[in-house]
Design a protein around this ligand. Structure first.
Ligand code: FKS
Ligand code: ZN
Length: 344
């Protein structure tokens, strides 16, 4: 299996985040991609390729032009306003405030408009890194379109929390959604996205919510207790023509393999019923028992089994890296999914 990877991911590093009242080093750090890359080389998974640079066009199939302009320019604006450090939003529209549908003019108000949290900041080079992560996803999609059985896009920063016009949860551009749309645009009539990251893929859900041509199934910590909160309930099933094409599996804290696998198998059967011609896997391994920010109990060997079951769909498959923060085990766990797939 080809891996698409670029060292340009180093261009994004937020440095710190606020975690339960403490300022700590961000969990979403460059070493994450490095450890996955070294495991790929260690097991000889296949060639590691630098993704080509793509135009904005395939990204604009998912994200709005005004949001992309904002991401590209906000750091310069921040500096021009005389501010130090990185770009951080800090306030959001509360449910007591009326909804708005166009960006306000002030810098902080606009930052608020285009985000939903402050998990990650925008640095001077975040835009470049996010663009390269999208390139990484697109190159993987193109490998699958060219006939590869599967490909791995080792994206960083991750993407599944980013919506059409917002960032949050360490995500800026929705790599998996951009890849899924590419597959749609280049000949696949029905594309399924299987999001097995520990967190709900709220951005991917928002992007495809009213569409029947892209099915999303997501297994995640119940939003009642887990980030991103408020979205990811089972009652969210899609809207209009997309009704029935959004499947959420919220699971309780402490979920272990047996319960996780039951939900996975239910989603698996429903994805099969959908008969996709291609599959995108939002591959997070933060379901691991030792993950520092998550509360599921999967073990390393389970990731091999997951990969084997994904192979059973028997459709061209693109794996897109999302989360996973137990850095020592991250390489083995992520690559276990890919090896489980390849051996099946
Ligand atoms: C720690 C709070 C952490 C943010 C969690 C973001 C999860 C991101 C992810 C992705 F795949 F996008 F990387 N809050 N005190 O794992 O879903
Ligand atoms: Zn996650």
């Amino acid at each position: 299996m080809k891996t698409f990877y670029t060292a340009d991911h180093h261009l994004h590093h937020s440095g710190m985040e606020v975690s339960f009242g403490s300022i700590v080093e961000t969990f979403e750090k460059p070493e994450r991609a490095e450890i996955v890359l070294s495991r790929i080389k260690e097991v000889g998974l296949g060639p590691v390729l630098d993704p080509q640079r793509y135009e904005r066009e395939p990204i604009e199939r998912v994200h709005t032009a005004d949001y992309l302009d904002f991401l590209e320019n906000v750091f310069a604006e921040w500096r021009a306003a005389g501010r130090d450090g990185e770009v951080w939003p800090y306030s959001w529209r509360h449910r007591s405030m009326p909804p708005i549908d166009s960006p306000p003019s002030g810098l902080d108000a606009r930052l608020s408009y285009y985000s939903f949290d402050m998990a990650g900041s925008i640095t001077e080079t975040t835009w470049q890194a996010a663009r390269r992560a999208a390139d990484t996803a697109l190159a993987g999609a193109d490998a699958v379109l060219a006939g590869d059985r599967a490909a791995f896009s080792l994206c960083r920063p991750p993407g599944h929390h980013a919506g059409r016009d917002f960032f949050g949860g360490y995500c800026y551009l929705n790599n998996a959604a951009i890849a899924a749309q590419r597959l749609r645009d280049r000949g696949h009539d029905r594309v399924a996205i299987f999001d097995i990251d520990y967190h709900h893929g709220n951005g991917t859900q928002e992007i495809f919510y009213d569409r029947a041509d892209v099915l999303l199934a997501s297994l995640h910590g119940d939003p009642d207790f887990e980030f991103p909160f408020h979205l990811g309930y089972a009652r969210e099933r899609g809207a209009g023509p997309g009704e029935g094409y959004n499947l959420n599996y919220p699971l309780p804290a402490g979920t272990g393999w047996a319960e996780w696998r039951d939900a996975f198998e239910d989603a698996h059967a429903r994805i099969r019923d959908f008969q996709p011609s291609a599959l995108v896997v939002s591959l997070g391994v933060d379901t691991f028992k030792d993950d520092p920010i998550s509360q599921f109990m999967l073990e390393g060997g389970h990731f091999l089994l997951i990969g084997a079951r994904i192979a059973a769909f028997d459709v061209p498959t693109l794996f897109v890296m999302e989360g996973g923060y137990a850095v020592e085990a991250l390489g083995v766990n992520a690559v276990n999914v890919l090896q489980g797939f390849e051996r099946a």
